[in-house]
Design a protein around this ligand. Structure first.
Ligand code: C2E
Ligand code: CA
Ligand code: CA
Ligand code: CA
Length: 275
């Protein structure tokens, strides 16, 4: 094939150049994009694995760049963190997501990803509260997803953010659980409502007995601590069945639905409620 004939080294440097170029463009345009509100939110359904009922949506940010097309959040969120733009960007995204969510049936929750750079900022909990109050979304319908690594980076400050949110009635979910290095003990004192099992475990759950054992242990911990357990990245029926058999409470992934544009939510919710 053509790619092979060109050699691995050449391809690798092409790729590096492409990525470097992309980063330059992205950081330059980010400020303008925030000012012109060039972002959209996609919403991925989260379902109850036992009943199949829809329980809410996770908001996932999308940037439609005029030349590059769709820039993924894995690229522009870190850029925003580095250039000091994460607070205004995050406020914009939360406002969008909250405005969409207030029109959903009231039992459906909104999950919103908080950047690692915000987890240890003192004003974060208050800023979130003021935005959702402004948008008319009750705190009990919001769930903030914090990554395990962000929480452990500065446990003392993260604990303050978490208890600030929890006191206001906002739910907290620990994202990408299992991908970091936390011991179960470090998480013991945090006011967490949910743990999201990282996709890397879900990927291996059917084929590797050891991965299934770890997931089983995480679910057992959640049951014991009165937390819910959510599995992300479910792509096959076999993974779905295995997670349900292990007692996992909730799940999301391409098998159930990809992230959806806001316009498709009303139809999706209507179909889900009819089932
Ligand atoms: P995450 O929070 O772990 O979100 C899950 C990612 O997996 C999403 O990628 C989602 O589209 C993707 N996904 C969902 N189901 C499947 C599946 O079955 N298979 C596979 N292969 N992937 C699946 P996305 O939307 O590209 O987001 C990537 C990451 O960017 C997120 O990871 C999150 O950490 C971050 N992110 C997204 N939106 C925001 C945001 O508004 N604010 C912040 N701070 N971070 C965000
Ligand atoms: Ca997440
Ligand atoms: Ca995740
Ligand atoms: Ca992830």
């Amino acid at each position: 094939a053509k790619a092979k004939a060109r050699g691995g080294i050449v391809l690798f440097s092409d790729e590096l150049e492409r990525v470097a170029l992309r980063h330059t463009i992205v950081s330059h345009d980010l400020r303008a994009a925030i000012e012109s509100d060039a972002f959209q939110m996609a919403f991925q359904p989260i379902v109850d694995l036992r009943t199949g009922a829809l329980s809410g949506f996770e908001a996932l940010a999308r940037w439609r760049h005029p030349e590059l097309g769709s820039v993924p959040p894995d690229v522009f969120i870190p850029m925003a963190e580095k250039s000091g733009l994460i607070a205004p960007l995050s406020a914009l995204l939360l406002r969008r997501a909250a405005r969409a969510a207030r029109d959903w049936p009231s039992h459906l929750t909104l999950s919103f990803n908080l950047s690692a750079a915000q987890t240890d900022q003192p004003g974060t909990a208050l800023a979130i509260l003021s935005i959702i109050e402004d948008c008319g979304l009750p705190p009990s319908r919001l769930e903030i997803e914090l990554t395990e690594t962000a929480v452990l980076a500065d446990l003392a400050i993260a604990t303050r953010t978490i208890s600030g949110l929890a006191t206001a009635g906002i739910h907290i979910s620990l994202d990408d659980f299992g991908a970091g290095y936390s011991s179960f003990g470090q998480l013991c004192d945090l006011a967490l409502d949910k743990v999201k099992i990282d996709k890397s475990f879900v990927d291996r759950i059917v084929t590797e007995r050891r991965a299934a054992s770890i997931v089983g242990a995480i679910i057992g911990m959640c049951d014991g601590l009165n937390m819910q357990c959510v599995a992300e990245g479910i792509e096959t029926q076999a993974q779905f069945d295995k997670l349900r058999a292990l007692g996992c409470h909730k799940g999301q992934g391409y098998l159930i639905s990809p992230p959806l544009p806001e316009e498709e939510l009303i139809g999706f919710i209507a179909r889900a409620e009819r089932k």
